[in-house]
Ligand binder design. Structure first.
Ligand code: TXA
Ligand code: MG
Length: 313
């Protein structure tokens, strides 16, 4: 594991040089680990797709560290800036109108007329972005369609030495990806439930947000394919009780072989979700997996979204 480095100042500076020189760095964020590259370097962006074995139609999020570093390739407005001030840094991504011409940006955005931006709430990611001096585009640092990584070791297990440096910043606190809100037109649309609760966004905007139920073949957040986040074993969800020959992932009072949160805390459950899916995969042997029902509010929306996809066959 010679490419895992403790995320101290010296190694973050080294990682920034890797980014500037067109390499790939896996960085911790508060949601999941991201596989980062310089957005303006088309070759580096292409390497991300290659490493993830991700089809090129799936666009990437630009990560920034400061409000005065909002990329010049997006169009902002008052509502966007108000949302940014309220929810950044944090697990919140906005789809905005795109402008200008740049090969790297174009590839990162899969040629779409929009671009996504977020400011992660993690000191290592923020420091790396500042030292690199460019927006860092980063998808989750795992192979396409597999469970997202919430530790440096997960990144290594999935991508191995295809990453130049993996910065180890410990386990991700939020544990599910950012909420994606499309604000490129008048009606805000939720494209992906995530670490920022929908309720908070609606309360702030003072209006209902449309929820996009991405069609499987033409998902509106193109990465939201029906089968995604897939563990190796078959998974049954909303299971009130385990059946014989099932490895049971519990929640709250419904205890099991593992419990996402015995206190029934949805934030704790989200933080554990991906690591427990991996763990269950390792522990289940010839059993299949079943998971207790998760309430559909707060971070439960994101958890249920991910496990529905993980359970799809
Ligand atoms: O929490 C996160 O968002 C993590 C960390 C690393 O920041 N990143 C992440 O990236 O989850 P990724 O690439 O695994 O998921 C990004 C999603 C994909 O489903 C992609 O299709 C969607 O965002 N997306 C990106 N740009 C888009 C755009 N212009 N319009 C619609 N969807 C977009
Ligand atoms: Mg992903």
């Amino acid at each position: 594991m010679k490419n895992i480095f403790e995320a101290n100042d010296v190694n973050i500076a080294k990682a920034a040089d890797v980014i500037k020189n067109g390499g790939l760095v896996a960085m911790p964020t508060e949601t999941v680990y991201g596989l980062g590259a310089n957005v303006y370097d088309a070759k580096a962006v292409a390497k991300i797709f290659e490493a993830k074995r991700r089809p090129n139609f799936d666009p990437l999020i630009s990560h920034i560290a400061d409000f005065d570093a909002i990329p010049e390739y997006v169009e902002t407005d008052e509502r966007i800036m108000a949302l940014a001030k309220r929810f950044w840094p944090g697990p919140f991504t906005m789809v905005m109108k795109r402008k200008g011409e740049n090969a790297g940006v174009d590839l990162a955005c899969s040629g779409l007329p929009t671009a996504t931006v977020r400011m992660p709430n993690h000191p290592v990611a923020l420091s790396l972005i500042r030292k690199s001096g460019v927006p860092i585009v980063a998808p989750s640092a795992n192979l396409f369609k597999t469970v997202s990584p919430t530790t440096a070791q997960h990144v290594y297990d999935s991508l191995g030495e295809k990453v130049d440096m993996i910065l180890d910043g410990g386990a991700c606190k939020v544990g599910v990806e950012s909420t994606i809100l499309d604000v490129s037109s008048k009606q805000p649309v939720l494209l992906r439930a995530g670490g920022t609760p929908l309720e908070d966004i609606e309360e702030f905007l003072g209006e209902k947000v449309l929820i996009s139920h991405g069609e499987p073949d033409r998902p509106s957040a193109p990465g939201q394919l029906l089968r995604h986040y897939a563990p190796g074993h078959k998974l049954r969800i909303n299971a009130e009780n385990p059946m014989e020959n099932e490895f049971y992932i519990g929640f709250g009072d419904r205890d099991g072989d593992l419990n996402l949160s015995s206190k029934g805390n949805l934030c704790e459950a989200a933080a554990n979700l991906f690591a427990y899916l991996r763990l269950a995969d390792k522990m289940a042997g010839n059993k299949s997996l079943a998971m207790a029902p998760i309430p559909e509010n707060g971070l439960g929306l994101a958890i249920n979204d991910r496990i529905k996809r993980a359970a799809h066959d």
